[in-house]
Design a protein around this ligand. Structure first.
Ligand code: NAD
Ligand code: MG
Length: 391
């Protein structure tokens, strides 16, 4: 029995994780579930999975959940607040932590799990973007097993040699090819991008995801964050990572070797595949995903990304090359800009403009500790909000 903590249980990744868990009753035991404020859904998950702990970030939602848990006669301790998220991430009885909170809010509990030596299934890419060196150091020191859940990184992990040691050249790797669907606006006339709505941005052609990552996919900032994520996971430089636009989203990424071989992982675009891989690693279990029908796919296309259409991708490469606090600044400015877009305060095209202005304004410092990261994050959020007010 593997004891699981699921951070962000009510989200797209969280619910897909529980779907896989439910298919394997003898294998996994849920010890804690967490969510922001969706008390109804977390209650239903509590009834089904009977965790020892349930955490709601929101105090009122926790009160609601506590009452319902009591009424239902469930032996579940309901906690609230950000500290409780860290508390359940390091429970002695927990083996594995699924890090599936969205955004910077996922950083502290995910880092706590790494410091405690838990096996980490990492969906929250923002942790690596913001605090890559702090987090990877924690993983090394504690000896925790880190498995990427982001589909591209999971594919790369599968295509690299087993036990890959962080030395691309030493393993005969020429470069990493990171695939991107191109999102809903891949072919939208440039003149129409100014007026696209949050609903259009969230209607991804291939993947069903939370709203923040859906907007990131539409702007291709998601791919930019993933380039930085790949840098930290695989010790790859900016020049070692090539983004490849592949609209069918069935090749989840590839590794190119010096002998001319390219190894790829393919499958239907369904996050339960990488989640099941992480949960059962190094074994394979049923994920509930239909096999990929190659005859139905029939054609696969590949193209270079269009940086004029997707300036966010270029901004992410810029932040990766600038290093230090630059990726944390990029991430924070992006989170603020995306929230403002979803709130209909700014246009879609303002997202890269705001991020660029913030990157132009703020100094880049070295990262020695978590505080350096959190300082840059707050400063960038303030700068992004100033930009929004002025726009
Ligand atoms: P989502 O919005 O569907 O779910 C987010 C979860 O986090 C919810 O359970 C929510 O309650 C919780 N949450 C939100 N804000 C919080 C806060 N401030 N404090 C604590 N909990 C909070 O998001 P998602 O699409 O499941 O994505 C989760 C993470 O996984 C993101 O980092 C995303 O980039 C990454 N990811 C998602 C996918 C996907 O297919 N959805 C693919 C790859 C990577
Ligand atoms: Mg991805």
């Amino acid at each position: 029995m593997q004891n699981l903590v699921i951070l962000g249980a009510t989200g797209s990744i969280g619910t897909s994780t529980l779907d896989v868990v439910a298919r394997h009753p003898g294998k996994f035991n849920v010890v804690a579930l967490t969510a922001n404020c969706q008390a109804d859904l977390l209650f239903r998950q509590c009834v089904q999975f009977k965790p020892r702990y349930a955490v709601m970030l929101d105090e009122d939602a926790a009160t609601q959940l506590r009452e319902r848990v009591l009424e239902a006669g469930l032996a579940i301790e309901v906690l609230s607040g950000a500290v409780a998220l860290e508390h359940v991430s390091i429970l002695p009885e927990a083996d594995t932590v699924m890090a599936a909170i969205v955004g910077a809010a996922g950083l502290r509990p995910t880092l706590a799990a790494a410091r405690a030596g838990k096996k980490i299934l990492l969906a929250n890419k923002e942790t690596l973007v913001m605090a890559g060196n702090v987090f990877m150091d924690a993983v090394r020191v504690s000896g925790s097993v880190l498995l990427p859940i982001d589909s591209e990184h999971n594919a790369i992990f599968q295509a690299l040699p087993r036990g890959y040691n962080g030395d691309l050249a030493g393993n005969g790797v020429r470069r990493i090819l990171l695939t991107a669907s191109g999102g809903p606006f891949r072919n939208t006339p440039l003149g129409e991008l100014q007026n696209v709505t949050p609903e259009q941005a969230c209607a991804h052609p291939n993947w069903v995801m939370g709203r923040k990552i859906s907007v990131d996919s539409a702007s291709m900032m998601n791919k930019g964050l993933e380039v930085i994520e790949a840098h930290w996971l695989f010790n790859a430089g900016a020049d070692d990572i090539q983004v490849v636009v592949h609209p069918q989203s069935v090749v989840h990424s590839l590794v190119e070797y010096v002998d001319g071989s390219i190894l790829a992982q393919l499958g239907n675009p369904d996050m339960r595949t990488p989640i099941a891989y992480g949960l059962a690693y190094p074994e394979r279990i049923d994920a509930g995903v239909a096999p990929l029908d190659l005859f139905k796919v029939a054609t696969m296309n590949f193209a270079a990304p269009d940086l004029e259409r997707f300036p966010c991708l270029a901004l992410a490469y810029r932040a990766l090359r600038a290093a230090g606090t630059a990726p944390a600044i990029l991430n924070a400015a992006n989170e603020v800009a995306v929230a403002a877009f979803l709130d209909k305060q700014i246009s879609f095209l303002s997202i890269p403009r705001i991020i660029e202005a913030v990157l132009d304004t703020l100094p880049v410092n070295a990262v020695g500790s978590l505080d350096d990261v959190l300082g840059a994050d707050s400063e960038a959020r303030r700068a992004a909000k100033r930009q929004i007010r002025q726009s």
